[in-house]
Design a protein around this ligand. Structure first.
Ligand code: ADP
Ligand code: MG
Length: 206
């Protein structure tokens, strides 16, 4: 398995995902994605939603499942990907880099939209999406709705062309709700309070 793992930021599995904490998600839809049929078909998956709602967790878990099913997977953040493409472009190696990035059967692009793209980046990204189109799957996580991608890419025309290809055979999962990280913080705050209250009343009759 190790040789096929591609730089996941952390280890997460679907078993560790609390669906109760994220009612906007349909567990059946995630289980369907975990079959990896969409990867066999070269389809796209988008996870959209605010920070802390489990997008990267699900992306990593699905990526690990794909590896278990013998697919090659590469994980990269959008910022790193764009930097790679821009450097290759500058060095005259763009074609080689696009070929490299087209090799894995699943390319996971995390955190699209946290940073707006530089002028050339949207075109480079478009070339990557075109190169992989209907050959290899792409999974993208983003804190922006697709309606906002025009401003993320800084070019509505290129954004439309990118979305046209990405959405053609795709599953778009929009997660709503609160950050799991903050929820955990709030919960631990509550638990501390409950704990100290219990301590104070430990000897009091119920
Ligand atoms: P996002 O990518 O949407 O910003 P993450 O996937 O990084 O959020 O989630 C933040 C943290 O909270 C991670 O450690 C993740 O494993 C955890 N987490 C988020 N949602 C859930 C959930 N529903 N069940 C279990 N852990 C979760
Ligand atoms: Mg994330």
């Amino acid at each position: 398995m190790a040789s096929k793992i591609a730089q996941f930021p952390f280890v997460r599995e679907l078993e560790g995902f609390e669906f109760d904490a994220q009612p906007s998600l349909d567990p059946g839809q995630i289980r369907e994605l975990a079959t990896c049929r969409w990867i066999a078909h070269g389809d796209t998956t988008l996870f959209l939603g605010p920070p802390g709602t489990g997008k990267t967790h699900l992306a990593v878990a699905l990526g690990r499942e794909a590896i278990r099913q013998n697919y090659s997977v590469q994980f990269v953040t959008a910022a790193t990907l764009v930097a790679l493409l821009a450097k290759a472009h500058m060095d005259g190696n763009l074609d080689k880099q696009l070929t490299l990035l087209s090799r894995p059967k699943l390319l996971i692009i995390d955190e699209l939209g946290y940073l707006p793209f530089e002028a050339d980046a949207a075109h480079l990204f478009f070339q990557l999406v075109s190169r992989r189109y209907e050959k290899g799957s792409i999974l993208i996580t983003s804190n922006r709705s697709v309606g906002e991608w025009g401003s993320v890419f800084g070019d509505p025309v290129v954004a439309t062309a990118i979305l046209d290809r990405l959405l053609h055979h795709s599953t778009v999962i929009t997660i709503r709700g609160d950050s799991y990280r903050l929820r955990e913080k709030r919960r631990s705050g509550l638990l501390q309070k409950a704990g100290s209250a219990l301590d104070n009343t430990a000897t009091a009759p119920q």
